[in-house]
Design a binder for this molecule. Structure first.
Ligand SMILES: [Zn+2]
Length: 131
């Protein structure tokens, strides 16, 4: 269920971006998100939720969701070793076995890009108005 909430927040961001363009016919083509490994987001579930929910928004029906997963990286407490924290080793540093000092990567959840298409006729009208 938490994927549905994430899909909704992605849609909200795309809708805000569309609103800022102030064109009645602008349509979102693609939205790109990065997901940290520690967010525990199931990409298939998120894609499924997104595809179902975008149907409620005419300006989003063709919008594709691109996801990039970022693997986690931590610095250990004792010696600042860089390592990939894993649940099977209780997230401990594989070199000195101390715990996570800080998590450098792995908690991201950001919309990094939204591609919006404005119909050509309208774009030309706009240019004409400016020129
Ligand atoms: Zn260490």
């Amino acid at each position: 269920m938490h994927e549905a909430a994430i899909a909704q927040s992605i849609i909200d961001i795309v809708l805000r971006r569309l609103a800022s363009i102030r064109s009645d016919n602008a349509k979102a083509q693609r939205v790109s998100v990065i997901l940290g490994e520690f967010r525990n987001v199931e990409p298939e579930s998120l894609a499924f939720a997104f595809e179902n929910m975008r149907e409620f928004y005419p300006e989003l029906t063709e919008c594709r969701l691109d996801m990039e997963t970022i693997s986690a990286q931590a610095k250990c407490q004792k010696a600042q070793h860089l390592y990939h924290p894993e649940p099977t080793s209780f997230y401990l540093c594989p070199i000195c076995e101390s715990g996570i000092g800080c998590l450098i990567r792995g908690e991201e959840m950001d919309v990094v890009n939204v591609v919006i298409e404005i119909p050509k006729a309208e774009e030309e009208k706009r240019h004409a108005r400016i020129g």
